[in-house]
Write a protein that binds this ligand. Structure first.
Ligand SMILES: N[C@@H](CCC(=O)N[C@@H](CS)C(=O)NCC(=O)O)C(=O)O
Length: 203
């Protein structure tokens, strides 16, 4: 298998962490330089027509796009350690927290970054007002999640799961890219420090 990835990009990092948690070794990593727009080349578009990383190419040439779809595929063929839930309640909880993190927290922060940061001007049709209002929403969500995490070690279960990859990676990237400080959200900061201490996060 080949994973089309990019150094410093959060979405492929989630797959790299997932591979490491499961100790999957039969994946060749191909890094694209997003700043050089290598992901917009016609060669890469023949693999990923949406010009996004990550993309997983199976040995028969089949392509899987989307981080969660890739991780779900990998979970099916490498079930242990389980990352998406072992029983009905865990499966529901991991899905629920993955979605809440994605839509309530990561999406506004991602828009806040993509629409205001000068580095994104080549990749995004920027709208500053939209970006600033999304950043405001993201800031409110940070306060909410700072409360939510105050009583938990992990976001969705009593063990590390895919929802933690989503939460920790997004916090680590998107907070500072919105020119916010994670240390202003103490419980989230402690959570990120603890999760990033896992060996899989040093990929
Ligand atoms: N929904 C996609 C998002 C992938 C994505 O946005 N990847 C970013 C890097 S983290 C990218 O390829 N950006 C290039 C661009 O926006 O032109 C997923 O979860 O895989």
């Amino acid at each position: 298998m080949k994973l089309y990835s990019s150094k410093l990009a959060p979405s492929p990092l989630k797959v790299l962490i997932f591979l490491s948690e499961k100790d999957i070794k039969d994946v060749e990593i191909i890094n694209l330089n997003l700043a050089e727009l290598e992901h917009k080349s016609s060669k890469y578009k023949s693999i990923a027509p949406n010009s996004r990383v990550p993309a997983l190419q199976l040995d028969d040439g089949t392509i899987i796009l989307e981080t969660t779809a890739i991780c779900r595929y990998l979970e099916s063929i490498y079930p242990e350690p389980n990352m998406f839930g072992n029983n009905p309640m865990e499966i529901a909880s991991i899905e629920m927290w993955y979605s809440r993190v994605t839509y309530e927290l990561a999406t506004p922060l991602a828009h806040g970054f993509r629409h205001t940061h000068p580095h994104m001007s080549k990749m995004e049709d920027q709208n500053q007002d939209f970006g600033l209002s999304q950043r405001k929403l993201g800031t409110k969500a940070l306060e909410t999640f700072n409360e939510i995490i105050s009583t938990k070690e992990f976001i969705a279960a009593d063990r590390f799961s895919y929802a933690d990859i989503q939460l920790a990676v997004n916090l680590n990237f998107l907070v500072r890219l919105n020119r916010l400080e994670l240390k202003d959200y103490k419980n989230l900061n402690d959570y990120v420090t603890q999760v990033f201490a896992r060996p899989s996060f040093s990929v």
